[in-house]
Design a protein around this ligand. Structure first.
Ligand code: ADP
Length: 252
């Protein structure tokens, strides 16, 4: 409990700090997006692939900033009934572009995993964070596997009501020392400018708030596996699940 309290206090301080940065950064991003849209509008036909990718990346950045602002204001999550594998398919192209040509991303998805009740944007964000961490652990290239399973954390109940989403890399791994601190806010082993040390703490916070659990297994020189466990849900109203909630707007 004491540890959770300390964590909550830290997260609150980070929330305030993040809000200021997200707000200022949003101004730059808006300028980038506006100009990219103007460029795309000048094209007689469909915008060339490079421009389209730049636009997509800037739009994802804007969506991420919107979520950061939500996080900073401590607003409630927007859970929705979500087909887990569909979400992963939806971001796989973006993930491939983000890790570059020297890293292969494998999908190993169990078609039986079904649905969970979760904020889709935040889950996307969490997976992107984990994949970028895996990329950073693979400076010479390699492979990253995203998998889904019907599986419970070892120490929690029967497998049935849990979905496990895992991101596994064959990279540098973590020493027990680094593992122990990896989820602490602002803890990073990356060079200045390389990391904020907020990725894993945000993943833990969000998954915890969603009624789930995170487990990390890592071995120096062999790689790391981060597993996100979320409660499985049966889709009661398939129609409602087909209409995801709209992206929250970025306030001015
Ligand atoms: P950041 O990525 O900005 O450093 P994180 O909270 O995401 O912040 O990660 C904290 C630290 O945990 C990283 O600096 C790194 O040392 C370690 N870490 C996280 N993911 C991995 C991974 N897949 N492989 C090796 N080390 C990792």
């Amino acid at each position: 409990i004491e540890r959770q309290l300390r964590q909550a206090q830290k997260m609150e301080a980070i929330g305030r700090f993040t809000g200021v940065i997200a707000h200022d950064f949003n101004n730059f991003l808006t300028a980038i997006l506006t100009n990219l849209h103007l460029l795309a509008d000048q094209e007689a036909e469909a915008p060339p692939p490079r421009l389209r990718r730049a636009l997509e990346a800037a739009e994802r950045g804007a969506a991420m900033i919107a979520r950061l602002l939500v996080f900073a204001r401590n607003q409630a999550l927007q859970p929705e009934l979500l087909a887990v594998n569909d979400l992963i398919h939806g971001i796989s192209e973006f993930l491939e572009l983000s890790v570059g040509p020297d890293i292969r991303i494998h999908l190993d998805l169990d078609p039986a995993v079904g649905h969970t009740l979760v904020d889709a944007g935040q889950l996307e964000s969490a997976l992107v964070n984990l994949v970028l961490n895996a990329r950073d652990a693979l400076p010479e290239g390699g492979s990253i596997t995203l998998s889904t399973r019907i599986q419970a954390p070892d120490d929690l109940g029967p497998a049935d009501p849990w979905v496990c989403l895992a991101v596994e890399d064959t990279g540098s791994g973590m020493t027990p020392d680094v593992m122990a601190r990896a989820a602490d806010p602002f803890f990073t082993t990356k060079p200045p400018g390389g990391g904020t040390g907020l990725g894993l703490s945000m993943v833990y916070g969000f998954i915890g708030q969603s009624g789930g659990d995170v487990r990390i297994a890592s071995e120096p020189g062999r790689g790391t596996r981060v597993s996100l466990f979320l409660p499985r849900r049966k889709p009661v109203e398939p129609l409602a699940a087909a209409h995801p909630a709209p992206e929250p707007m970025v306030p001015p």
